[in-house]
Design a protein around this ligand. Sequence first.
Ligand code: HEC
Length: 126
Amino acid sequence: MKRFLAFFSMLILGIAFVSFTLSQTGSPSAQMPDNVKAAVDKACFACHNTASQNAKAKEKLDFSTLSGLAKAAQIGKYREIGETIENGEMPPKKFLDNYPDKKLTAEESKLLIKWAEGEVKNLMKK
Ligand code: HEC
């Protein structure tokens, strides 16, 4: 009986941990169009999310909390997103050397740049 209880509490803890982790890393902003979300998931989200181990990346940009920032801050972030992709600075080269399949295709880059520019325009209108 004791062993069963121990096993059972470990199971509950495990489930709690997994659901917590999923809720933290779940997905980037829910408002993204699917194709944008897919590209961000592929090339950016692993470093730029709330649960990221990459403190520097998380501090600069967190896709999970982006839509909760003040308007001016969001505009700044979307501008940076467009610029870093346009200049080929993101994803970082060192990362792509290890994971070449994470490189954005030309279409994905264009899509993300256009999306970021569109978000800037939308925010300016509000
Ligand atoms: C391997 C991890 C990693 C991936 C993947 C990654 N980044 Fe970054 N990113 C970083 C780090 C680290 C920094 C901080 C760089 C610094 O401060 O020098 C950063 C900084 C940034 C910044 C802030 C730039 C600045 O000048 O402050 C933006 C915007 C950004 N990334 C966008 C993106 C986008 C968009 C993608 C996907 C196309 C992406 N990143 C993918 C690690 C990553």
